[in-house]
Design a protein around this ligand. Sequence first.
Ligand code: NAD
Length: 500
Amino acid sequence: MNFLEYAPAPESTAILNLREQYGLFIDGEFVDGRGEPFQTISPATEARIASISNANGADVSDAVAAARRAYDRTWSRMSGRDRGKYLFRIARLVQERARELAVAESLDNGKPIKESRDVDVPLVAAWFFYYAGWADKLDHAGLGANPRALGVAAQVIPWNFPLLMLAWKIAPALAAGNTVVLKPAETTPLTALIFADILQQADLPPGVVNIVTGAGDTGAALVAHEGVDKVAFTGSTAVGRAIAKQIAGTEKKVTLELGGKAANIVFDDAPIDQAIEGIVNGIFFNQGHVCCAGSRLLVQESIHDEVVDRLKARLSTLRLGDPLDKNTDIGAINSREQLDRIRELSDIGVAEGAERWSAPCEIPENGFWYAPTIFTGVQTSSRIARDEIFGPVLSVLTFRTPAEAVAKANNTPYGLSAGIWTDKGSRILAVADQLRAGVIWANTFNRFDPASPFGGYKESGYGREGGRHGLAAYLAPATGVDRAAAAAPKAKSATKGSKR
Ligand code: NAD
Protein backbone atom coordinates (compact mmCIF):
# COMPACT_ATOMS: atom_id res chain seq x y z
CA MET A 1 0.00 0.00 0.00
CA ASN A 2 1.22 3.46 -0.84
CA PHE A 3 0.86 5.65 2.24
CA LEU A 4 1.18 8.78 0.11
CA GLU A 5 -2.02 8.03 -1.80
CA TYR A 6 -4.45 10.93 -1.87
CA ALA A 7 -7.96 10.36 -0.55
CA PRO A 8 -10.61 11.12 -3.19
CA ALA A 9 -11.72 14.78 -3.13
CA PRO A 10 -14.57 14.97 -5.64
CA GLU A 11 -16.18 18.31 -6.38
CA SER A 12 -19.94 18.05 -5.86
CA THR A 13 -22.27 18.35 -8.84
CA ALA A 14 -25.07 19.56 -6.54
CA ILE A 15 -24.46 23.13 -7.73
CA LEU A 16 -25.61 22.21 -11.25
CA ASN A 17 -29.19 22.80 -12.18
CA LEU A 18 -29.13 21.00 -15.50
CA ARG A 19 -32.14 20.59 -17.75
CA GLU A 20 -33.10 17.32 -19.38
CA GLN A 21 -33.14 19.01 -22.72
CA TYR A 22 -31.64 22.23 -24.11
CA GLY A 23 -32.99 24.29 -27.00
CA LEU A 24 -31.20 26.75 -29.27
CA PHE A 25 -30.76 30.28 -27.92
CA ILE A 26 -32.28 32.60 -30.53
CA ASP A 27 -33.54 36.17 -30.05
CA GLY A 28 -33.15 35.91 -26.29
CA GLU A 29 -35.22 32.72 -25.92
CA PHE A 30 -34.58 28.99 -25.86
CA VAL A 31 -36.35 27.38 -28.84
CA ASP A 32 -36.40 23.83 -30.18
CA GLY A 33 -34.20 23.12 -33.18
CA ARG A 34 -35.73 21.54 -36.27
CA GLY A 35 -32.95 18.92 -36.64
CA GLU A 36 -32.69 15.58 -34.82
CA PRO A 37 -31.56 16.29 -31.19
CA PHE A 38 -28.34 14.69 -29.96
CA GLN A 39 -26.98 13.72 -26.55
CA THR A 40 -24.04 15.26 -24.78
CA ILE A 41 -22.18 12.78 -22.58
CA SER A 42 -19.50 12.80 -19.91
CA PRO A 43 -16.30 11.51 -21.54
CA ALA A 44 -15.16 10.21 -18.14
CA THR A 45 -18.11 7.85 -17.69
CA GLU A 46 -19.94 7.87 -21.04
CA ALA A 47 -23.10 8.72 -19.05
CA ARG A 48 -25.64 10.96 -20.75
CA ILE A 49 -25.79 14.54 -19.46
CA ALA A 50 -28.58 16.15 -21.52
CA SER A 51 -30.35 16.19 -24.86
CA ILE A 52 -29.23 19.03 -27.14
CA SER A 53 -31.14 20.67 -29.99
CA ASN A 54 -29.73 20.39 -33.46
CA ALA A 55 -29.97 23.52 -35.64
CA ASN A 56 -30.73 22.99 -39.30
CA GLY A 57 -30.40 25.60 -42.06
CA ALA A 58 -33.73 27.25 -41.22
CA ASP A 59 -32.75 27.57 -37.55
CA VAL A 60 -29.44 29.11 -38.55
CA SER A 61 -31.34 31.61 -40.74
CA ASP A 62 -33.57 32.51 -37.80
CA ALA A 63 -30.51 33.09 -35.63
CA VAL A 64 -28.78 35.26 -38.26
CA ALA A 65 -32.01 37.25 -38.78
CA ALA A 66 -32.29 37.82 -35.01
CA ALA A 67 -28.66 38.97 -34.89
CA ARG A 68 -29.27 41.36 -37.81
CA ARG A 69 -32.38 42.86 -36.19
CA ALA A 70 -30.53 43.32 -32.91
CA TYR A 71 -27.62 44.93 -34.75
CA ASP A 72 -29.83 47.37 -36.67
CA ARG A 73 -32.25 48.24 -33.90
CA THR A 74 -30.27 48.19 -30.67
CA TRP A 75 -26.64 47.19 -30.51
CA SER A 76 -25.19 49.40 -33.26
CA ARG A 77 -27.15 52.37 -31.92
CA MET A 78 -26.04 51.95 -28.34
CA SER A 79 -23.09 53.97 -27.00
CA GLY A 80 -19.86 52.11 -26.32
CA ARG A 81 -20.22 53.05 -22.69
CA ASP A 82 -23.55 51.25 -22.46
CA ARG A 83 -22.28 48.20 -24.36
CA GLY A 84 -19.41 48.10 -21.89
CA LYS A 85 -21.86 48.01 -18.99
CA TYR A 86 -23.42 44.82 -20.36
CA LEU A 87 -19.99 43.25 -20.76
CA PHE A 88 -19.00 44.17 -17.19
CA ARG A 89 -22.27 42.66 -16.01
CA ILE A 90 -21.61 39.43 -17.89
CA ALA A 91 -18.07 39.27 -16.45
CA ARG A 92 -19.40 39.65 -12.92
CA LEU A 93 -22.09 37.00 -13.45
CA VAL A 94 -19.42 34.60 -14.74
CA GLN A 95 -17.52 35.19 -11.51
CA GLU A 96 -20.65 34.69 -9.41
CA ARG A 97 -21.45 31.43 -11.18
CA ALA A 98 -17.81 30.34 -11.50
CA ARG A 99 -18.14 27.10 -9.56
CA GLU A 100 -21.19 25.99 -11.49
CA LEU A 101 -19.46 26.77 -14.80
CA ALA A 102 -16.28 24.94 -13.77
CA VAL A 103 -18.17 21.81 -12.72
CA ALA A 104 -20.25 21.82 -15.93
CA GLU A 105 -17.12 22.27 -18.05
CA SER A 106 -15.27 19.39 -16.39
CA LEU A 107 -18.34 17.18 -16.65
CA ASP A 108 -18.94 17.81 -20.35
CA ASN A 109 -15.33 18.15 -21.53
CA GLY A 110 -13.43 15.77 -19.21
CA LYS A 111 -10.80 18.33 -18.12
CA PRO A 112 -9.63 18.30 -14.48
CA ILE A 113 -11.68 20.52 -12.20
CA LYS A 114 -8.54 22.25 -10.95
CA GLU A 115 -7.95 23.48 -14.51
CA SER A 116 -11.52 24.55 -15.27
CA ARG A 117 -11.74 26.18 -11.81
CA ASP A 118 -8.32 27.88 -11.77
CA VAL A 119 -7.64 28.53 -15.45
CA ASP A 120 -10.62 28.37 -17.83
CA VAL A 121 -13.33 30.16 -15.86
CA PRO A 122 -11.13 32.93 -14.35
CA LEU A 123 -9.81 33.64 -17.87
CA VAL A 124 -13.37 33.79 -19.22
CA ALA A 125 -14.20 36.51 -16.67
CA ALA A 126 -10.90 38.27 -17.41
CA TRP A 127 -11.70 38.33 -21.15
CA PHE A 128 -15.09 39.96 -20.58
CA PHE A 129 -13.64 42.49 -18.11
CA TYR A 130 -10.84 43.36 -20.50
CA TYR A 131 -13.05 43.94 -23.55
CA ALA A 132 -15.70 45.70 -21.45
CA GLY A 133 -13.04 48.33 -20.87
CA TRP A 134 -12.46 48.71 -24.60
CA ALA A 135 -16.09 49.26 -25.63
CA ASP A 136 -15.97 53.07 -25.26
CA LYS A 137 -12.38 53.47 -26.44
CA LEU A 138 -12.59 52.14 -29.99
CA ASP A 139 -10.92 55.26 -31.37
CA HIS A 140 -7.72 53.81 -29.90
CA ALA A 141 -8.07 50.40 -31.55
CA GLY A 142 -5.59 51.36 -34.27
CA LEU A 143 -8.12 52.04 -37.05
CA GLY A 144 -8.46 55.79 -36.72
CA ALA A 145 -11.40 57.79 -35.41
CA ASN A 146 -14.88 56.27 -35.26
CA PRO A 147 -14.15 52.75 -36.50
CA ARG A 148 -17.33 50.85 -37.29
CA ALA A 149 -18.51 47.38 -36.37
CA LEU A 150 -18.67 44.80 -39.15
CA GLY A 151 -22.26 43.67 -38.45
CA VAL A 152 -23.22 40.04 -37.77
CA ALA A 153 -20.38 37.73 -36.70
CA ALA A 154 -20.60 33.96 -37.27
CA GLN A 155 -18.39 32.23 -34.70
CA VAL A 156 -17.54 28.52 -34.68
CA ILE A 157 -15.50 27.05 -31.83
CA PRO A 158 -13.88 23.72 -30.84
CA TRP A 159 -14.26 21.45 -27.81
CA ASN A 160 -10.93 21.82 -26.02
CA PHE A 161 -11.70 25.07 -24.15
CA PRO A 162 -15.45 25.39 -24.74
CA LEU A 163 -16.25 28.37 -22.53
CA LEU A 164 -12.90 30.10 -22.93
CA MET A 165 -13.12 29.96 -26.73
CA LEU A 166 -16.64 31.36 -26.45
CA ALA A 167 -15.26 34.28 -24.42
CA TRP A 168 -12.41 34.86 -26.88
CA LYS A 169 -15.03 35.17 -29.61
CA ILE A 170 -17.99 36.93 -28.00
CA ALA A 171 -16.24 39.53 -25.78
CA PRO A 172 -14.34 41.44 -28.53
CA ALA A 173 -17.22 41.10 -31.02
CA LEU A 174 -19.71 42.73 -28.65
CA ALA A 175 -17.26 45.38 -27.44
CA ALA A 176 -16.72 46.42 -31.06
CA GLY A 177 -20.49 46.67 -31.61
CA ASN A 178 -21.17 43.49 -33.60
CA THR A 179 -23.90 40.99 -32.89
CA VAL A 180 -23.18 37.27 -32.83
CA VAL A 181 -24.33 33.80 -33.81
CA LEU A 182 -22.06 31.26 -32.12
CA LYS A 183 -21.86 27.52 -32.68
CA PRO A 184 -20.18 25.48 -29.93
CA ALA A 185 -18.61 22.08 -30.68
CA GLU A 186 -21.01 19.13 -30.73
CA THR A 187 -19.28 17.28 -27.88
CA THR A 188 -19.18 20.28 -25.51
CA PRO A 189 -22.30 22.46 -25.86
CA LEU A 190 -23.20 22.57 -22.14
CA THR A 191 -21.38 25.65 -20.84
CA ALA A 192 -22.41 27.74 -23.87
CA LEU A 193 -26.03 26.97 -22.98
CA ILE A 194 -25.49 27.88 -19.32
CA PHE A 195 -23.83 31.05 -20.64
CA ALA A 196 -27.06 31.78 -22.57
CA ASP A 197 -28.82 31.67 -19.22
CA ILE A 198 -26.26 34.21 -17.93
CA LEU A 199 -27.09 36.47 -20.88
CA GLN A 200 -30.76 36.37 -19.91
CA GLN A 201 -29.78 37.16 -16.33
CA ALA A 202 -27.68 40.10 -17.60
CA ASP A 203 -30.71 41.37 -19.55
CA LEU A 204 -28.68 41.53 -22.75
CA PRO A 205 -31.03 42.77 -25.49
CA PRO A 206 -32.56 39.83 -27.43
CA GLY A 207 -30.65 38.75 -30.53
CA VAL A 208 -27.32 40.35 -29.62
CA VAL A 209 -25.94 36.85 -28.94
CA ASN A 210 -27.51 33.73 -30.43
CA ILE A 211 -26.24 30.21 -29.82
CA VAL A 212 -26.96 27.40 -32.27
CA THR A 213 -25.92 23.86 -31.37
CA GLY A 214 -25.19 21.11 -33.85
CA ALA A 215 -22.32 19.46 -35.70
CA GLY A 216 -20.25 20.43 -38.74
CA ASP A 217 -23.25 20.89 -41.04
CA THR A 218 -24.70 23.50 -38.67
CA GLY A 219 -21.33 25.26 -38.66
CA ALA A 220 -21.13 25.10 -42.46
CA ALA A 221 -24.66 26.55 -42.82
CA LEU A 222 -23.74 29.40 -40.47
CA VAL A 223 -20.48 30.27 -42.19
CA ALA A 224 -22.12 30.16 -45.63
CA HIS A 225 -25.13 32.27 -44.63
CA GLU A 226 -25.37 35.39 -46.76
CA GLY A 227 -26.49 37.51 -43.79
CA VAL A 228 -23.11 37.07 -42.09
CA ASP A 229 -20.45 39.83 -42.32
CA LYS A 230 -17.61 38.24 -40.36
CA VAL A 231 -16.50 34.65 -39.81
CA ALA A 232 -14.37 33.78 -36.79
CA PHE A 233 -13.35 30.14 -36.66
CA THR A 234 -11.24 28.16 -34.21
CA GLY A 235 -10.65 24.50 -34.98
CA SER A 236 -8.70 22.15 -37.19
CA THR A 237 -6.66 23.26 -40.17
CA ALA A 238 -8.69 20.97 -42.46
CA VAL A 239 -11.99 22.66 -41.58
CA GLY A 240 -10.34 26.10 -41.61
CA ARG A 241 -9.16 25.45 -45.15
CA ALA A 242 -12.68 24.38 -46.20
CA ILE A 243 -14.13 27.57 -44.69
CA ALA A 244 -11.55 29.75 -46.45
CA LYS A 245 -12.56 28.17 -49.77
CA GLN A 246 -16.26 28.46 -48.99
CA ILE A 247 -16.16 32.19 -48.34
CA ALA A 248 -13.52 33.14 -50.91
CA GLY A 249 -14.92 35.78 -53.25
CA THR A 250 -17.47 37.05 -50.73
CA GLU A 251 -17.24 40.28 -48.75
CA LYS A 252 -17.00 38.37 -45.47
CA LYS A 253 -14.06 39.18 -43.20
CA VAL A 254 -12.42 36.13 -41.66
CA THR A 255 -10.08 35.09 -38.87
CA LEU A 256 -8.88 31.48 -38.58
CA GLU A 257 -7.28 30.07 -35.42
CA LEU A 258 -6.12 26.60 -36.38
CA GLY A 259 -3.84 23.78 -35.29
CA GLY A 260 -0.25 23.73 -34.05
CA LYS A 261 2.81 21.58 -33.45
CA ALA A 262 4.86 23.78 -31.16
CA ALA A 263 8.52 23.32 -30.37
CA ASN A 264 9.48 23.62 -26.71
CA ILE A 265 13.24 24.24 -26.87
CA VAL A 266 15.38 23.39 -23.82
CA PHE A 267 19.03 24.53 -23.82
CA ASP A 268 21.63 22.91 -21.58
CA ASP A 269 21.90 26.01 -19.37
CA ALA A 270 18.15 25.99 -18.60
CA PRO A 271 16.92 25.76 -14.99
CA ILE A 272 16.09 22.06 -15.25
CA ASP A 273 13.54 21.79 -12.43
CA GLN A 274 11.48 24.63 -13.88
CA ALA A 275 11.93 23.30 -17.40
CA ILE A 276 10.57 19.88 -16.39
CA GLU A 277 7.47 21.53 -14.93
CA GLY A 278 7.19 23.68 -18.06
CA ILE A 279 7.44 20.68 -20.37
CA VAL A 280 4.74 18.87 -18.35
CA ASN A 281 2.50 21.94 -18.36
CA GLY A 282 3.24 22.48 -22.06
CA ILE A 283 1.96 19.13 -23.26
CA PHE A 284 -0.03 17.45 -20.48
CA PHE A 285 -2.20 20.44 -19.48
CA ASN A 286 -5.77 19.76 -20.62
CA GLN A 287 -4.73 16.24 -21.77
CA GLY A 288 -2.69 17.89 -24.55
CA HIS A 289 -5.92 19.10 -26.18
CA VAL A 290 -4.28 22.48 -26.68
CA CYS A 291 -3.64 24.10 -30.06
CA CYS A 292 -0.48 25.78 -28.74
CA ALA A 293 0.72 22.69 -26.79
CA GLY A 294 4.48 22.15 -26.65
CA SER A 295 4.10 18.80 -28.38
CA ARG A 296 7.67 18.68 -29.80
CA LEU A 297 10.35 18.81 -27.15
CA LEU A 298 13.65 19.96 -28.67
CA VAL A 299 16.29 19.24 -26.04
CA GLN A 300 20.01 19.94 -26.32
CA GLU A 301 21.80 16.63 -26.85
CA SER A 302 24.08 16.96 -23.80
CA ILE A 303 21.12 16.98 -21.36
CA HIS A 304 18.77 14.65 -23.26
CA ASP A 305 19.11 11.63 -20.95
CA GLU A 306 18.82 13.66 -17.77
CA VAL A 307 15.72 15.50 -19.02
CA VAL A 308 14.00 12.33 -20.20
CA ASP A 309 14.73 10.49 -16.92
CA ARG A 310 13.42 13.36 -14.86
CA LEU A 311 10.36 13.72 -17.07
CA LYS A 312 9.53 10.04 -16.63
CA ALA A 313 9.90 10.35 -12.87
CA ARG A 314 7.63 13.42 -12.83
CA LEU A 315 5.00 11.85 -15.11
CA SER A 316 4.88 8.81 -12.85
CA THR A 317 3.50 11.07 -10.10
CA LEU A 318 0.61 12.48 -12.17
CA ARG A 319 -2.84 11.27 -11.20
CA LEU A 320 -5.17 10.29 -14.01
CA GLY A 321 -8.89 9.84 -13.36
CA ASP A 322 -12.15 11.48 -12.35
CA PRO A 323 -12.09 15.03 -13.78
CA LEU A 324 -14.21 16.24 -10.87
CA ASP A 325 -11.65 15.06 -8.31
CA LYS A 326 -9.60 18.03 -7.11
CA ASN A 327 -6.44 15.86 -7.05
CA THR A 328 -6.69 14.86 -10.70
CA ASP A 329 -3.93 16.02 -13.04
CA ILE A 330 -4.96 14.19 -16.22
CA GLY A 331 -8.65 13.98 -17.08
CA ALA A 332 -10.53 12.17 -19.82
CA ILE A 333 -9.96 12.42 -23.55
CA ASN A 334 -12.90 14.39 -24.91
CA SER A 335 -14.38 11.79 -27.27
CA ARG A 336 -13.95 8.26 -28.55
CA GLU A 337 -13.11 9.71 -31.96
CA GLN A 338 -10.24 11.77 -30.50
CA LEU A 339 -9.00 8.80 -28.50
CA ASP A 340 -8.90 6.70 -31.68
CA ARG A 341 -6.88 9.41 -33.41
CA ILE A 342 -4.36 9.59 -30.56
CA ARG A 343 -3.98 5.80 -30.57
CA GLU A 344 -3.59 5.67 -34.32
CA LEU A 345 -0.86 8.32 -34.44
CA SER A 346 0.96 6.79 -31.45
CA ASP A 347 0.97 3.39 -33.18
CA ILE A 348 2.37 5.06 -36.29
CA GLY A 349 5.14 6.51 -34.09
CA VAL A 350 6.11 3.02 -32.93
CA ALA A 351 5.93 1.64 -36.47
CA GLU A 352 8.24 4.45 -37.62
CA GLY A 353 10.88 3.40 -35.08
CA ALA A 354 10.41 5.78 -32.14
CA GLU A 355 10.46 4.41 -28.61
CA ARG A 356 7.22 4.77 -26.65
CA TRP A 357 7.03 5.14 -22.85
CA SER A 358 3.73 5.62 -21.02
CA ALA A 359 3.33 6.61 -17.38
CA PRO A 360 2.19 3.71 -15.22
CA CYS A 361 -1.38 4.55 -14.23
CA GLU A 362 -4.64 2.76 -13.74
CA ILE A 363 -7.05 3.41 -16.58
CA PRO A 364 -10.73 3.58 -15.50
CA GLU A 365 -13.03 1.00 -17.03
CA ASN A 366 -15.53 3.36 -18.66
CA GLY A 367 -14.85 6.55 -20.53
CA PHE A 368 -11.99 7.65 -22.79
CA TRP A 369 -8.45 7.75 -21.38
CA TYR A 370 -4.87 7.90 -22.55
CA ALA A 371 -1.87 7.69 -20.21
CA PRO A 372 0.74 10.49 -20.51
CA THR A 373 3.19 9.25 -23.13
CA ILE A 374 6.69 10.19 -24.31
CA PHE A 375 8.32 9.19 -27.58
CA THR A 376 12.11 9.29 -27.78
CA GLY A 377 14.31 8.67 -30.82
CA VAL A 378 11.87 10.63 -32.98
CA GLN A 379 12.98 11.63 -36.50
CA THR A 380 11.97 15.04 -37.88
CA SER A 381 10.27 13.25 -40.78
CA SER A 382 8.13 11.07 -38.50
CA ARG A 383 4.36 11.62 -38.45
CA ILE A 384 4.45 12.13 -34.66
CA ALA A 385 6.89 15.01 -35.21
CA ARG A 386 4.76 16.60 -37.92
CA ASP A 387 1.06 15.90 -37.30
CA GLU A 388 -0.96 17.45 -34.53
CA ILE A 389 -1.83 14.55 -32.19
CA PHE A 390 -3.94 16.76 -29.87
CA GLY A 391 -3.47 14.42 -26.92
CA PRO A 392 -1.09 13.73 -24.00
CA VAL A 393 1.77 12.61 -26.22
CA LEU A 394 5.21 14.26 -26.35
CA SER A 395 7.72 13.72 -29.16
CA VAL A 396 11.33 14.27 -28.06
CA LEU A 397 13.97 15.40 -30.57
CA THR A 398 17.52 16.64 -29.99
CA PHE A 399 19.74 19.45 -31.28
CA ARG A 400 23.35 20.52 -30.80
CA THR A 401 23.48 24.23 -31.68
CA PRO A 402 21.02 27.12 -31.47
CA ALA A 403 20.92 27.25 -35.28
CA GLU A 404 19.89 23.60 -35.43
CA ALA A 405 17.23 24.20 -32.77
CA VAL A 406 15.77 27.05 -34.80
CA ALA A 407 15.86 25.06 -38.05
CA LYS A 408 14.09 22.08 -36.44
CA ALA A 409 11.57 24.26 -34.62
CA ASN A 410 10.60 25.98 -37.87
CA ASN A 411 10.45 22.71 -39.78
CA THR A 412 6.68 22.36 -39.49
CA PRO A 413 3.69 23.40 -41.56
CA TYR A 414 2.31 25.12 -38.44
CA GLY A 415 3.42 28.29 -36.63
CA LEU A 416 1.27 28.94 -33.59
CA SER A 417 3.57 28.93 -30.56
CA ALA A 418 6.98 27.98 -29.17
CA GLY A 419 8.88 27.86 -25.89
CA ILE A 420 12.50 28.66 -25.05
CA TRP A 421 14.24 27.52 -21.86
CA THR A 422 17.65 29.03 -21.14
CA ASP A 423 19.49 31.03 -18.53
CA LYS A 424 20.55 33.68 -21.06
CA GLY A 425 18.27 36.57 -21.87
CA SER A 426 20.26 37.39 -25.00
CA ARG A 427 19.75 33.86 -26.30
CA ILE A 428 16.00 34.11 -25.66
CA LEU A 429 15.82 37.25 -27.79
CA ALA A 430 18.08 35.91 -30.55
CA VAL A 431 16.19 32.62 -30.86
CA ALA A 432 12.71 34.13 -30.52
CA ASP A 433 13.56 36.51 -33.33
CA GLN A 434 14.13 33.61 -35.71
CA LEU A 435 11.14 31.44 -34.77
CA ARG A 436 8.13 31.55 -37.08
CA ALA A 437 5.48 31.31 -34.36
CA GLY A 438 2.77 33.73 -33.30
CA VAL A 439 3.32 33.29 -29.55
CA ILE A 440 6.67 32.59 -27.91
CA TRP A 441 7.06 31.87 -24.20
CA ALA A 442 10.43 32.14 -22.45
CA ASN A 443 11.07 30.02 -19.34
CA THR A 444 7.35 29.39 -19.06
CA PHE A 445 4.60 27.90 -21.24
CA ASN A 446 0.84 28.07 -21.84
CA ARG A 447 0.29 31.46 -20.24
CA PHE A 448 -2.67 33.51 -21.46
CA ASP A 449 -3.69 37.09 -20.92
CA PRO A 450 -6.56 38.97 -22.55
CA ALA A 451 -4.26 41.92 -23.32
CA SER A 452 -1.87 39.77 -25.35
CA PRO A 453 -2.60 38.92 -29.00
CA PHE A 454 -2.68 35.23 -29.92
CA GLY A 455 -2.62 33.63 -33.37
CA GLY A 456 -0.56 31.81 -35.92
CA TYR A 457 1.57 31.77 -39.03
CA LYS A 458 1.33 29.36 -41.97
CA GLU A 459 -1.20 26.53 -41.46
CA SER A 460 -1.98 27.74 -37.94
CA GLY A 461 -4.25 30.36 -39.50
CA TYR A 462 -4.48 34.11 -39.81
CA GLY A 463 -5.72 37.00 -37.73
CA ARG A 464 -5.17 37.56 -34.02
CA GLU A 465 -7.38 37.16 -30.97
CA GLY A 466 -6.77 39.02 -27.72
CA GLY A 467 -5.55 42.53 -27.07
CA ARG A 468 -6.11 45.47 -29.37
CA HIS A 469 -5.43 43.26 -32.38
CA GLY A 470 -8.30 40.98 -31.40
CA LEU A 471 -10.60 43.97 -31.18
CA ALA A 472 -9.53 45.31 -34.58
CA ALA A 473 -10.53 41.97 -36.12
CA TYR A 474 -14.16 42.99 -35.49
CA LEU A 475 -13.85 46.57 -36.79
CA ALA A 476 -13.40 48.44 -40.05
CA PRO A 477 -12.09 51.97 -40.50
CA ALA A 478 -14.78 54.63 -40.70
CA THR A 479 -16.32 55.05 -44.15
CA GLY A 480 -15.70 58.24 -46.17
CA VAL A 481 -18.80 59.94 -44.74
CA ASP A 482 -17.92 58.98 -41.17
CA ARG A 483 -14.37 60.17 -41.71
CA ALA A 484 -15.59 63.57 -42.88
CA ALA A 485 -17.75 63.80 -39.75
CA ALA A 486 -14.81 62.81 -37.58
CA ALA A 487 -12.67 65.50 -39.20
CA ALA A 488 -15.36 68.20 -38.73
CA PRO A 489 -14.95 70.85 -35.98
CA LYS A 490 -15.20 69.11 -32.62
CA ALA A 491 -17.50 71.44 -30.63
CA LYS A 492 -20.86 69.93 -31.57
CA SER A 493 -19.97 66.26 -31.63
CA ALA A 494 -18.14 66.58 -28.32
CA THR A 495 -21.28 67.67 -26.53
CA LYS A 496 -23.33 64.94 -28.18
CA GLY A 497 -20.81 62.23 -27.42
CA SER A 498 -19.75 59.45 -29.70
CA LYS A 499 -21.98 56.55 -30.69
CA ARG A 500 -19.12 54.23 -29.79
P1 NAD B 1 -12.88 20.82 -35.88
O1 NAD B 1 -12.30 21.66 -36.95
O2 NAD B 1 -13.23 19.43 -36.19
O3 NAD B 1 -14.19 21.48 -35.30
C1 NAD B 1 -14.22 22.81 -34.83
C2 NAD B 1 -15.63 23.34 -34.95
O4 NAD B 1 -15.97 23.45 -36.34
C3 NAD B 1 -16.71 22.48 -34.32
O5 NAD B 1 -17.66 23.33 -33.73
C4 NAD B 1 -17.29 21.76 -35.52
O6 NAD B 1 -18.62 21.34 -35.35
C5 NAD B 1 -17.20 22.81 -36.59
N1 NAD B 1 -17.17 22.33 -37.97
C6 NAD B 1 -16.81 21.10 -38.44
N2 NAD B 1 -16.90 21.08 -39.78
C7 NAD B 1 -17.30 22.31 -40.19
C8 NAD B 1 -17.54 22.93 -41.46
N3 NAD B 1 -17.37 22.26 -42.59
N4 NAD B 1 -17.91 24.23 -41.48
C9 NAD B 1 -18.05 24.94 -40.34
N5 NAD B 1 -17.85 24.41 -39.11
C10 NAD B 1 -17.47 23.11 -39.03
O7 NAD B 1 -11.83 20.92 -34.70
P2 NAD B 1 -11.93 20.23 -33.27
O8 NAD B 1 -11.55 18.81 -33.41
O9 NAD B 1 -13.22 20.56 -32.61
O10 NAD B 1 -10.83 21.05 -32.47
C11 NAD B 1 -9.51 20.71 -32.47
C12 NAD B 1 -8.72 21.62 -33.37
O11 NAD B 1 -8.90 22.99 -32.98
C13 NAD B 1 -7.25 21.37 -33.27
O12 NAD B 1 -6.68 21.32 -34.55
C14 NAD B 1 -6.74 22.58 -32.49
O13 NAD B 1 -5.39 22.88 -32.73
C15 NAD B 1 -7.64 23.65 -32.96
N6 NAD B 1 -7.66 24.77 -32.02
C16 NAD B 1 -7.03 25.94 -32.38
C17 NAD B 1 -6.99 27.01 -31.49
C18 NAD B 1 -6.30 28.29 -31.87
O14 NAD B 1 -6.54 29.30 -31.21
N7 NAD B 1 -5.46 28.31 -32.88
C19 NAD B 1 -7.61 26.91 -30.25
C20 NAD B 1 -8.24 25.72 -29.91
C21 NAD B 1 -8.26 24.65 -30.82
